[in-house]
Structure formats: structure tokens, C-alpha cells
Write a protein that binds this ligand. Structure first.
Ligand SMILES: [Zn+2]
Length: 219
């Protein structure tokens, strides 16, 4: 069942480790098949190096496990709520990458200091703290994402990135971690100069054109 999606979750899980976006068993990722209304999510507390496609877990929107012998990631509610609320999203990546998580511990948004923040939107918003693995965390994250942001910081926890494919959600997580690193470095020297609303509007338009081009290639 959903063999292609299960292989993708395994492949991008390993990439999370290779690109230093997470360590050990931290972070989780999923893909949603909109036609079948089924999600494939990484299993709970398993090393990404050792996960095989059959270890991933298939769940429906009613939070029932349809296939897979492992337990789903403890953040499955976070993933499912994003798919329920955002019809444009088909993949979710959640990481504890160090720079994004450092900023999340300041309970601060990241302002537009570099155009690559366009992977999230006109800024990187933040979601209020809630205990990991809870419905409350899922609701706070979905509220902060709203209808258009593609990434959000989870206060005192980490980063959530979404996209129309795993490739896009993964790339958003990677780029936002880079922007968070720039923000941390800038703040250690002073305050970064920010891009204006008009400048970010143009960035947004270019990103939209780029996203449409790349999803045409993927389909
Ligand atoms: Zn987490």
C-alpha cells in the first residue's frame, strides 16, 4: 500500500540526517495521498538509518492506523491537522534543526532579513508553546501557518515546514534552517537590515512562479 510514498518517507528521512537537519530519532515527516486520503508517516523513536518502507505507518484522517507494524511518530496529530486544514499541502517535515530551534527558544518570529525566507512567506511566524505530541501543539501550529505560510517556528521546540511535495517541504526546512543560522549570526553582531514589504512582495511572486514550475516537473 502506497509503496511510492513509503519509499519517499524513508529516503527523505535519511536526508534529514545527512543534511544535519536532525539527530538520532528526532524530527518526523509525512506524505499525504489526497486521492486516497491516507498519510504515510515516519515511525516513532526509530533511527532513520534503519527504517525500511514497511516500517513507515499509513494512517487515515480519523487517526486510525491502516498499515505498518510500528507506532506512528508521536506528532501524527500535527501532521494530520495540517492536511485537514490546508488542501494545498501534501507533505510535512518537522525538525529540531539547531538554529531554527535556538530562535524558537527566544519565542520570536524571524523577520525578512534574506530573500530565502520566501520559502516560508514574508516572514517566519511562530506558534505558541504546547507540549510535544498533543492536539494543542497541532492547533497552535496550524493557526500560525494560516492559509499561506509554508513554515513556522514552534516555540521552545523546533521547526515545521510544509509543501505540495516532500521535495518542497524538505527544501523549505533546509532553507529556513539556513536563514535561522543567518539570523543567529546577525543578532550576535547587531540587528540585521530587513527587506521592505515591497521587496518581499516581489520575492513572493518569484517564489510562486518557481513553485509552479517545479511542481509541473514533479507531476
Ligand atoms: Zn519535535
Amino acid at each position: 500500500m502506497l509503496e511510492t510514498e513509503r519509499r519517499k518517507v524513508v529516503r527523505y528521512g535519511r536526508l534529514l540526517l545527512e543534511r544535519n537537519l536532525t539527530t538520532g530519532t528526532g524530527g518526523n515527516l509525512s506524505v499525504f495521498n489526497r486521492e486516497k486520503e491516507l498519510m504515510v508517516i515516519s515511525p516513532s523513536a526509530r533511527d532513520y538509518q534503519e527504517i525500511e518502507p514497511e516500517d513507515t505507518v499509513v494512517m487515515n484522517l480519523e487517526e486510525e492506523v491502516i498499515a505498518g507494524s510500528s507506532r506512528p511518530s508521536s506528532e501524527y496529530q500535527l501532521h494530520l491537522l495540517v492536511y485537514r486544514e490546508r488542501s494545498d499541502v501534501s507533505a510535512v517535515v518537522h525538525t529540531h534543526s539547531v538554529n531554527a530551534t535556538a530562535v524558537s527558544c527566544l519565542n520570536k518570529e524571524i523577520p525578512p532579513l534574506h530573500y530565502l525566507i520566501g520559502f516560508a512567506g514574508d516572514k517566519l511566524p511562530r506558534a505558541e508553546y504546547a507540549l510535544f505530541g498533543t492536539r494543542e501543539l497541532a492547533e497552535n501550529a496550524v493557526n500560525a501557518l494560516g492559509s499561506s505560510y509554508n513554515a513556522v517556528l514552534l516555540d521552545n521546540h523546533g521547526l515545521l515546514a510544509v509543501g505540495s511535495s516532500l521535495q518542497q517541504a524538505f527544501q523549505a526546512a533546509e532553507m529556513i534552517e539556513y536563514v535561522a543560522e543567518l539570523y543567529v549570526k546577525c543578532r550576535s553582531m547587531g540587528k540585521p537590515a530587513l527587506l521592505s514589504e515591497a521587496q518581499m512582495k516581489k520575492v513572493g511572486e518569484k517564489f510562486e512562479a518557481y513553485r509552479q514550475g517545479s511542481s509541473r516537473k514533479e507531476n
